[in-house]
Design a binder for this molecule. Structure first.
Ligand SMILES: [Zn+2]
Length: 223
């Protein structure tokens, strides 16, 4: 199985968004997203570790926000990433940009993808990010290339964690078609128990798992 290492670069204040991005991308089996601190790279200090991570990763996602515009660490990371990109063709930089910010000096619109952060529609932001990664993977927009890691909404393993299974990510064309027909979720059958999990078509969040957990929580509260 091929895999793509993804480094997420953010200021400390944007950690919630960075974690949301990581939790979303990790649902695709072939994607290995890491926050800067977690990236498995060597170095005497964080700056050196980050430089090694940038040299090693396939994708770098930068969160360009009011917080990070002043963050020396994020800025240095982008500067270094731009140098690396000149040496490494496959390496891609994807910027998530907060509205009305001017990062023009840092962004090369020809070679880098830029996605606007719409706080009122984070689902679409996450979807655009997945799409941007997929189109930079050979055949990544087709079906039967990438696999979703699905946690069953109904049955557990011996350790009492939800059973996990894989289902193919649909082609981007099918996602677009279904969404335009108002079908906003995908159905996957658990091979262990047959339960259907409904997966958000834009973000691949398991809606059934979320729903069932909420019900359990409510039951406990009502007891
Ligand atoms: Zn199951």
């Amino acid at each position: 199985m091929f895999e793509f290492k993804i480094l997420i670069s953010n200021s400390d204040q944007d950690i919630k968004l960075a974690e949301l991005i990581k939790d979303t991308l990790i649902k695709i089996g072939e994607l290995k997203p890491y926050l800067s601190l977690e990236y498995p790279s060597k170095g005497k200090n964080l700056a050196e570790k980050t430089r090694n991570a940038i040299e090693n990763c396939d994708f770098m996602i930068t969160l360009l926000t009011r917080n990070s515009i002043k963050d020396q660490f994020v800025n240095q990371g982008i500067g270094y990433a731009i140098k690396i990109r000149e040496l490494k063709n496959q390496f891609k930089i994807i910027h998530l940009l907060e509205d009305n910010l001017n990062f023009n000096g840092l962004i090369n619109y020809k070679t880098e993808d830029v996605i606007k952060i719409d706080k009122n529609n984070l689902e679409l932001v996450l979807h655009n990010l997945i799409w941007s990664i997929r189109k930079n993977i050979p055949n990544g927009l087709n079906s039967n290339i990438l696999k979703l890691k699905i946690k069953c909404c109904n049955c557990n393993d011996l350790m009492d964690n939800p059973n996990e299974y894989f289902g193919f990510v649909p082609s981007q064309a099918d996602i677009k078609k279904n969404y335009s027909l108002n079908k906003h979720s995908l159905s996957y059958y658990c091979p262990y128990c047959g339960a259907i999990s409904e997966i958000n078509i834009l973000t691949f969040e398991n809606l059934s798992l979320k729903h069932n957990r909420k019900m359990v929580l409510e039951e406990n509260v009502n007891k």
